[in-house]
Design a protein around this ligand. Structure first.
Ligand SMILES: *[C@@H]1O[C@H](CO)[C@@H](O)[C@H](O)[C@H]1NC(C)=O
Ligand SMILES: *[C@@H]1O[C@H](CO)[C@@H](O)[C@H](O)[C@H]1NC(C)=O
Ligand SMILES: *[C@@H]1O[C@H](CO)[C@@H](O)[C@H](O)[C@H]1NC(C)=O
Length: 426
């Protein structure tokens, strides 16, 4: 920040000490008052309920001077940024039912740091003029009815740390100008209709820790690189395709959550997801894709921090990967609805029932909807319902009686179906 900043309370203190009147000490800059007036006048009158903040805005008094009355401070904040002049530094009118267009306000508030209009009924486009808010650190427009594209001009907000545009009707691409938001820590664009490829942000957004673009129509491959500062990536429910390559996830030492479920990813599930390459990864969600095989890591998962792995609803073939039973923290594993065959590895059953010291037990082991066969592992038979969530339905276990809770809730496949999938199935 290039300007000195004093809080309201220090203004008040100064006034008490010096005995000056508040009005003489601080006057709202006239242009800021004009913007507040525009904002008020631009709202649909029917959406401004009598008890709401905006209805209490009374421009016959100086907004930032009437602080003692608490009449005008509802929904915004002033700070004395230049001696004797108050500037509007925050507008927070979230969850208030306001409707209107953001374009009817000229947004010329050079000292505004926070603009939060989330959970209202604002509609129409995000105007280019928002880019005049060059000191903005937090922009919250979540859960409105905004439409049109994300303006490229948003890249002018170079001090922005948090950007929330989620749950609107925004469409078009994610502008590459987001690369100018070098201080961004949190980017939430989920549940819109954004399309096109996800821009390459890896090199510029060095502080980004949280990225959510789920429930959009992003297409193309996974970006060539992500910011290495990311802790959480959610790109679920888009149209991403191609394979997962290591380069995109290089040096992601902080990544804890990776959710790429409900896309069109294919090829093999790479080994780097299960070894020390992603040393903080705890949750991996790759369900509802088109993966066809899974690679074993050389370390056999012993260095993995993974707690939950969801690979359900893919096209995985081959045997269940026994190395997963060696992953020390793993406690929830789903391979449901794939094309896996072979027997349930004894190690899986043991991890659920009698884990070794220092190894987390499995509390969820979902294997339904495959072509697994053979005897039920002995150790599973003693499990009490409710102790561990195990599912084996819709496989080729011809001896899976309902007395075992993990055989309940569905039938096994027919002998014909099992034989035609794999003649070796007895
Ligand atoms: C604000 O933004 C608009 C549109 O980008 C621009 O035309 C206008 O000159 C800007 N106003 C100020 C005061 O910077
Ligand atoms: C990132 O965050 C650090 C620490 O919070 C800060 O010093 C730095 O200025 C921020 N911005 C960039 C571009 O690294
Ligand atoms: C995917 O996102 C669309 C909106 O983009 C939504 O309607 C749908 O319910 C989502 N599907 C899942 C499985 O989350």
């Amino acid at each position: 920040m290039g300007f000195p900043k004093f809080s309201l309370s220090s203004t008040v203190l100064l006034i008490m000490v010096t005995g000056l009147s508040l009005r003489a000490e601080s006057t709202t800059y006239w242009e800021d008052v004009d913007v507040l007036k525009e904002l008020k006048n631009g709202l649909d009158p029917g959406s401004v309920s009598p008890g709401s903040c905006v209805s209490s805005w009374d421009f016959t008094v100086d907004p930032c001077d009437s602080l003692f009355s608490e009449r005008f401070t509802c929904g915004f904040r002033c700070d004395v940024v230049v001696s004797g002049t108050s500037r509007v530094t925050e507008i927070s009118l979230d969850q208030a039912g306001y409707a209107g267009s953001l374009s009817s306000t000229s947004w010329n508030l050079p000292y505004l740091e926070t603009l939060d209009l989330s959970d209202n009924f604002f509609s129409g486009p995000i105007p280019d003029s928002l880019a005049n808010l060059t000191h903005l650190r937090r922009l919250g427009l979540s859960r409105n009815s905004l439409s049109g594209q994300i303006p490229a001009a948003i890249g002018s907000l170079s001090e922005l740390e948090e950007l929330y545009l989620d749950n609107n009707n925004l469409q078009g691409g994610i502008p590459a100008s987001m690369n100018n938001l070098v201080n961004l820590k949190r980017l939430e664009l989920q549940s819109n209709r954004l399309a096109g490829e996800f821009p390459e942000l890896g090199r510029s957004l060095k502080n980004l820790s949280f990225l959510d673009v789920s429930n959009n129509a992003i297409s193309g491959n996974i970006p060539a690189s992500f910011p290495s500062s990311l802790v959480q990536i959610s790109m679920r429910n888009n149209s991403l395709e191609g394979t997962m390559i290591h380069d995109s996830f290089r040096n992601m030492g902080y990544l804890q959550v990776l959710d790429l479920s409900h896309n069109r990813l294919s090829g093999f599930v790479p080994a780097f997801l299960f070894d020390g390459a992603l040393p903080s990864l705890q949750q991996l969600a790759l369900s509802f894709n088109r993966f066809s095989s899974l690679k074993f890591p050389a370390s056999l998962g012993s260095q993995s921090e993974l707690i939950a792995v969801d690979l359900s609803n893919n096209e995985l073939r081959g045997l269940l990967p026994s190395f997963m039973a060696l992953m020390p923290k793993l406690s929830a594993l789903s391979f449901e609805n794939n094309k896996l065959t072979g027997m349930v590895p004894t190690m899986y059953a043991l991890k659920a029932v009698v884990p070794r010291p220092g190894i987390s037990p499995l509390v969820r082991l979902l294997l339904g909807g495959n072509y697994l066969f053979g005897p039920i592992p002995d150790s599973l038979m003693g499990l009490k319902p409710g102790s561990v969530n195990v599912r084996l339905v819709d496989n080729c276990f011809f001896q899976c009686p309902d007395i075992f809770f993990f055989c309940q809730g569905g039938d096994q496949k027919s002998l014909t179906e099992c034989k035609s999938f794999a003649p070796v199935i007895p």
